[in-house]
Structures are given as C-alpha cells and as structure tokens.
Design a protein around this ligand. Sequence first.
Ligand SMILES: [Ca+2]
Ligand SMILES: [Ca+2]
Length: 287
Amino acid sequence: MPDVTTEPDVTAEPDVTTEPDVTTEPDVTTEPDVTTEPDVTTEPDVASEDAGCIPLGNTTFDFDLESDSWQTYGDAYWETQGDNGWLEMTGLAQGQKGAIFNVVDIVSPGDVAISFKVRTGGGSSPGADGFAMSVFEVESVEELESIIAASYSGGGLGYGVGGNYGSFTGNAFHVEIDTWHNVYNGNSEHHTDPTSQSHIEITLNGDPGNSIGWAAVPDIEDYQWHTITVEVTGAQVSVTLDGSEIINQLVPGLQFRGGFIGFSGSTGYYTNHHEIDDLEILDDCSP
Ligand SMILES: [Ca+2]
Ligand SMILES: [Ca+2]
C-alpha cells in the first residue's frame, strides 16, 4: 500500500487534458507526439515493469492473487482450477456484494483499450444481478476503499455510489454486464435499466443510471466465457462482444480519466456466478 503515495502523479495530471487535441486527430502523423507526452513521466511508477507504457498489461489471474497488486473486498474471491485462476465477484449465494481492485497500478488517462473475459450464469432462474468493470479516478486507496464499502449491491452492482446511489461526484468509467431489469421506484430501486433484457452498458461516475450506451445481450447468462473489449478514442466509445461490435457511439464531452481499475458484482434474491479473467489494458502510448 505505501506504493500508492506515488499515485497522485498520475491522477492529478492536468496536462493530460491537452490530449483530446491529439486524440481527435485521426492522422497517424500526429501520434508520435503522444509518446513524448506526460504518459512518459508516469513510467517511473511502473519502473519494475518493462519499459512499455502498459502498467497492467495482460493479467491472467493465474498467479497468487494475494501476492501484491490485487485486493479482494466483500464476497469476492479468487478461484483456481489447475493452472488457471480467475475472479469471482459473488458466488451463488443470495445477497452478495464483492469487488476486486488493483490498488497499485494506475490506468493512464487518455485513449485506452481494455479487454476482459466474463462468465455468468449457473445461478437461479432468472439470474441476477450482474457485474461491472470500473475505473475510478480517485487519489488514494483509502478513497477507493470507502467507495467500495459504500457501494450498493443489487442494481448498484457493487459500484453504485453516485447519482441516486450516493454522494460520489468524481470521475469514473464503467462497463456493466447487467442481467437484472431494475425499474426506478424511489425506494428500493434507484434507476431504470434501458432494456428488460440482459445488457452490456457503459455508465459514468459511479452511477448505474448514468448510461452513455448499451446493447442487449440476451444470451449472456450461458455460463460460458465471453470476451468484452471497450475502446475509448477521444469521445468515441466502442464495445465488442466476442469480436462483434455491439456499441459504437460518440459521447460528447467524454474523456477517459484513468484511475484504479477493478471489478464488482452483486446478487440479490436471485443469483449467478460473476466471473472475470484475462484482463488486458492497452494505453494509447505505443511507440
Ligand atoms: Ca486465468
Ligand atoms: Ca440491472
């Protein structure tokens, strides 16, 4: 945890706000500028890694999770079978809420591509509630952990802390795999999902009701591994599921701010497995 004291270098970098000038330019000729930008100044933080600008790289979760960077919260746990390891947010019990975050390495702001595998299903019929990948731009692990503790289960998917879900007003980016249709009722239900079907949805700032794009994925609860990729290029967001594009849209004003990356999920009366594997992060800082 002491390593985290170096993190403000990354999260506080206002210089990066100049990057959209670059990111809106599809011209390849401007890209060399990117390599000389402040991203480079963050590299000493990951000096133990290779010289590449990929602080997390390809994480298979096959290593002993307790070794360093990844912290487990609530009902989440690390699971293995043979040489393969993966993350389970909830297990099949009711009323679970779990999260696993990397508390050491920070995802850089700016354009980014993130890929991970999900497996859900195997629970009740219907199943619920779902899970999410989140990147929270906060200044310390303590702040991150207070968010995780305060987050809602159920429709909050273990990351709901903003909007109707709480007082969080910072920047965060989320990719939900949502298998339960919430309908706002001003009481136990804090937002209305965009579709009654299972869906993959991009939301912002800790608010599961702050949707900026979604696609129905009615067959996602088959308890098979599926690969999700999300790419933020300037204000353009695209998502693919098993290689097929399901979301691609411009979100005016959007800027990927980077931060702590992790996963969370929840069950309620209804249940499912909520499993994650093979996280890959590609910052836009390739040579
Ligand atoms: Ca694995
Ligand atoms: Ca939902």
